[in-house]
Structure formats: C-alpha cells, structure tokens
Design a protein around this ligand. Structure first.
Ligand SMILES: [Zn+2]
Ligand SMILES: [Zn+2]
Length: 182
C-alpha cells in the first residue's frame, strides 16, 4: 500500500470518530480546498480505506475481516457468514471455507452465502452450489453459490463443475480436502 499523506491520515482519524464526513467537513477540518479534498478521498477510496457516498465519504468496517478457516481476506462477492447460537458472527472468504468451517462447528444457528450472479444473500441450505468449476475466485477447489438450480446448471455449461445441494456440496468439499491433506 502507498504511504498515506499527513492529510489522509487526518481524514482517516476523523472518519474513525465520525463514521461519515461531507466534503465540507473535510475541507474545514483539514484546511484544504474542495479540489484537494476530492483528490484525497479519491485516493483513500481507491486504497479501500473509505467508502465514497454522495457528497462525502463513510467509514469502512474495520480493516478486512479474516476468514475463520484460512485467515485470508473476505470479500463481499463470495462472502459466507455463519451466525452462532451465542450470537457471534463468523465470516468465511467463500463457500469452500464456509462449508469446512460449518463442519467443525456444533454451535451454528444459521449461515448465509451470496448468490454468485445476483449478489443476494441467501440461506446456505436453500442455495445450489457449483463445485470445482473453472472459475476460481477464491479457494480451490472452488464452490460458487446460486439461488436456483437452473442458474447453477447453466453456469456449468460454460465453466464446468458439478451442481450440488448443500448437503452434498458440504460432504464433497470435506472429502476432497481430506484427500488433499493426507
Ligand atoms: Zn477462507
Ligand atoms: Zn476462499
């Protein structure tokens, strides 16, 4: 990552306190012109440190969440979220890690995954999965989630892989990973 300028550090400190800032607030607090404020927040948002909102910026939730399974960075496109019975939320980087994490956790209330095409969150037990396609966005063998079976089947026409429901996908990935590890 590029080194931050003193102004950018100042903006980040402010955003930590205030959660969101308008361009005006940044100009006044840091003592810079509007054009400079825009340039600074442009850079900050390109580095993924703040989110741009209309007329300003907002805080991004604390630095990247780490996957419970592989400790890699999680991302919204392939997120897999486990809610435990004690209320704790665990994030996995993708369905591959999510399913492995589920298998080792007896304290699960519910789990959600993200539809690969539409980006919607859906309950893991209602999703369809494509295992081992050519599209590896995160961990390998890849598992992508789909909200309906047709989308999943169409996807395999172009990119290979096998369509499975949750139970079979989870069984398969755990079996594949055991084979790889031993
Ligand atoms: Zn992971
Ligand atoms: Zn992953």
């Amino acid at each position: 990552m590029k080194n931050l300028s003193p102004r950018q550090r100042e903006i980040l400190k402010l955003i930590d306190e205030k959660k969101d800032l308008s361009i005006d607030e940044i100009q006044q607090a840091v003592g810079i012109s509007q054009a400079t404020a825009y340039r600074e927040i442009q850079e900050l948002s390109q580095m993924g440190l703040v989110a741009k909102i209309p007329g300003g910026i907002s805080q991004i939730e604390n630095s990247p969440t780490r996957c419970v399974q592989c400790r890699g960075e999680t991302n919204a496109r392939t997120a897999f979220i486990i809610e435990q019975k004690d209320g704790e939320m665990l994030s996995a980087c993708c369905s591959h890690c999510g399913m492995m994490a589920l298998a080792n956790n007896s304290n699960v209330r519910t789990a959600m995954t993200v539809d690969f095409i539409h980006g919607k969150m859906l309950n893991v037990s209602q999703a369809w999965y494509v295992l081992n396609s050519n599209v590896v966005l995160c961990c390998s063998p890849s598992i992508l989630s789909f909200s309906n079976r047709d989308d999943a089947a169409n996807f395999t026409q172009g990119f290979g892989g096998e369509v499975m429901d949750f139970t079979n996908a989870q069984k398969s990935i755990n079996k594949m990973m055991t084979l790889i590890q031993t």
